[in-house]
Design a protein around this ligand. Structure first.
Ligand SMILES: [Zn+2]
Length: 455
């Protein structure tokens, strides 16, 4: 993940990033040739579910997750309702749509009924795709169906099933997962035609779409995304960065994006947007110098307290600091470690918040000596030569006068351009007796303080 982030930020790696994007596109396209199988119902002849009269969305209660914890991602379609990974049908025709959620599940995982109902059909989900179960549920006058695809079952049509009670197990097919569908409307007994998990969204007037192998009926609008109806029954924490990661130089010298060697402050907020609590072993603003941890010491911000627990919608705000030990390009990410030792890197962000920052830390110049180090107060300009290292990019010297006032003396452009210079000529009037404190400032950082005594 780190590598991907770096690629996306680096213009020299733009081509690599494009290639990476193309590749991630190609993978689902190739697996997509393994089309999800058919499911049949004559109900589909109407693409307008209002024809079913009594149905309203409110009639669907909160459903129980059929496999304990519902997480999409069991198959390339996930819960890709627009089915951007599906084919057009036929070529240049309408896009197909995915008609359910592909839930992560290991083979043999017990499948339970999402709600009490009656089994209406048990049928082959296609060669190599095991079986499908269609269950009808009632809520007052409203009826709706749930579909469990790619399972093994002994149930027969007509069987009564209870919410939360086993009805099947996830089949041990390659790409094992549970395709869970939710159909808003009653079952139609004229089940004779096949329907697959990914169906064509035909243009108006068309009733079917032949893709060269299957003649699919048009995408029936009565299939809806089941995930919102499962939310309350699928306990999942979901930690997101809810306030952007921000870092700033402790002394406010540096413009954004570039920093000096001084202390750097960092803040961000994470929120648990899931519906169950999470206990993080460790939450961290993790750093890398480039992509590495020099000498096995990662340039992390001050660690936070361990074992941070967040209830749903609870927030944790971080504020800490970090002092770079060497110049270079740094990457920082908001990350956390689960109790099982796995890292979430980086933590997801919401609403465009930032969870990753790259900064450049510039080395600061060093002042070693002033010549002369002691001089007499005078109303005439006097020249003092400051020597040290890394003074070439000095733009100005910040001078604290003996009375505490501060003035900036700008360095002649000639000296600024001479980036190899290790000396600065300070040409000014030293009128007051006492100690002058001098620092050399570059655009990003500044040097140590040097003193000049004036008698
Ligand atoms: Zn599916």
């Amino acid at each position: 993940m780190r590598t991907l982030f770096r690629i996306s930020r680096s213009s020299s790696s733009l081509i690599a990033a494009i290639l990476a994007i193309s590749c991630s596109f190609l993978i689902p396209l190739s697996t997509e040739s393994k089309v999800e199988p058919f499911y049949a119902s004559a109900v589909f002849q109407s693409a307008n579910h209002s024809a079913h009269g009594s149905w309203t969305a409110a009639a669907i209660p909160t459903l129980q997750c059929p496999i304990g914890i519902c997480k999409v991602g069991g198959f390339p379609f996930d819960v890709d309702w627009n089915c951007s990974k599906c084919r057009r049908c036929p070529v240049n025709g309408p896009w197909k749509k995915h008609t359910g959620a592909d839930l992560r599940a290991d083979p043999k995982t017990e499948v339970v009924a999402a709600e009490t109902g009656t089994v209406k059909d048990v049928y082959s989900a296609g060669d190599g795709w095991a079986s499908a179960i269609l269950v009808e549920h009632s809520n007052g006058n409203s009826k709706y169906l749930t579909l469990y695809m790619h399972v093994d079952t002994t149930l027969k049509p007509g069987a009564h099933v209870d919410r939360g009670k086993p009805i099947a197990t996830v089949a041990a097919i390659s790409d094992a997962h549970l395709h869970f569908g939710l159909w808003m409307g009653p079952y139609d007994p004229k089940v004779s035609e096949n329907h697959r998990g990914a169906l064509p969204a035909c243009a108006q007037g068309a009733t079917s779409c032949f893709d060269g192998k299957y003649n699919d009926r048009c995408f029936p609008q009565s299939w809806v995304d089941p995930m919102p109806y499962l939310q309350n029954s699928s306990p999942q924490p979901r930690v997101v960065v809810s306030t952007s990661l921000r870092i700033s130089q402790g002394n406010a010298v540096a413009p954004s994006g570039a920093f000096g060697m001084g202390k750097i402050d960092g803040t961000f907020t994470v929120t648990n947007r899931g519906n169950s609590k999470i206990s993080m072993k460790q939450l961290l603003l993790a750093g890398r110098l480039g992509d590495t941890c020099p000498n096995n010491q990662c340039p992390d911000f001050q660690p936070m307290p361990r074992n941070i627990t967040l209830e749903p919608n609870q927030t944790f705000s971080y504020a800490g600091s970090f002092t770079p030990q060497r110049p270079g390009t740094y990457n920082f990410d908001v990350v956390y470690e689960n109790q099982d030792g796995k890292w979430q890197w980086p933590v997801n962000s919401e609403n465009g918040t930032k969870n990753h920052i790259i900064i450049i830390v510039e080395p600061g110049p060093t002042l070693n000596s002033a010549n002369p180090a002691q001089l007499s107060a005078s109303s005439k300009r006097q020249t003092v030569i400051l020597s040290g290292t890394g003074l070439g990019r000095t733009l100005y010297c910040r001078v604290v006068l003996p009375n505490g006032q501060v003035t900036n003396i700008y360095v002649p452009l000639q000296q600024v351009l001479n980036s190899s210079s290790n000396r600065i000529e300070l040409n000014t009037e030293f009128r007051m007796r006492g100690t002058y404190y001098i620092r050399a400032h570059t655009l990003l950082t500044y040097s140590n303080e040097l003193t000049i005594q004036v008698r």
